[in-house]
Design a protein around this ligand. Sequence first.
Ligand SMILES: Nc1ncnc2c1ncn2[C@@H]1O[C@H](COP(=O)(O)OP(=O)(O)OP(=O)(O)O)[C@@H](O)[C@H]1O
Length: 231
Amino acid sequence: MASIIARDLGMQFQQRQLFSGANLHFAEGDCIYLMGDNGSGKTTLMKILAGLQTPSSGSVSAEGFATKKLWQKNTLNGCAVYLHQHPYLYDGTVKDNLKLALELAPADSAGSAIAEALELAKLGHLAKSQASHLSGGERQRLAIARAWLLKPRLLMLDEPVSNMDKESRELVLAMTARLKADGTGLLIASHQHGQLTALCTSRWLIQDGRIATNLDIRFTPSQETHYVLAN
Ligand SMILES: Nc1ncnc2c1ncn2[C@@H]1O[C@H](COP(=O)(O)OP(=O)(O)OP(=O)(O)O)[C@@H](O)[C@H]1O
């Protein structure tokens, strides 16, 4: 089973310690809600687990992935995919962006997958539009459709539904639910507990310089309100 394992992980910027002593296990089949106040370190943690940032202390390793080639120094590269809040899209049309993902996707992905991805993201009518002309919500939908095509074994979503209208939120929810059903491990950072985070079966909380992982997933209504209000 593919997993990312962090041992005694710590991160600080100058004098500011975000977290320390964290032991984490993120694996296929997981669906984890990553919580924490603004600036607590959620994005930083996801970037570390994706191998995009180096932690100040501790180690991160990947298990269950194909062995890297000798020249690939970053052994975490491509293991847990990090989807940025403001995703990077390639120059070109909506369809070009999906085609490019398909070139990197596992060989068993059929050509019809692009049509399915366009349908899932409800972007069929914009297939020939320039990706740079998309609205924020449409960009996010395209980025998730692209991730869906890539079929990552581990995917981290950073605030995937912030600033989205109801329809876009529902589409992202449907795509994420499909990924979850396919067994993709998901780590979702979000300030609002809603339908998307309700998919989660466990939660991590960054607070007071620690990452708590042994938390009950069930929210009481007062906790829900508190979390939404606090953020
Ligand atoms: N490269 C950097 N250099 C210095 N400080 C940084 C750097 N990257 C992040 N920080 C700081 O680390 C803290 C955590 O940032 P991060 O983006 O991980 O928080 P977050 O929990 O994702 O916040 P939000 O909920 O607001 O998105 C912030 O105070 C941020 O300013």
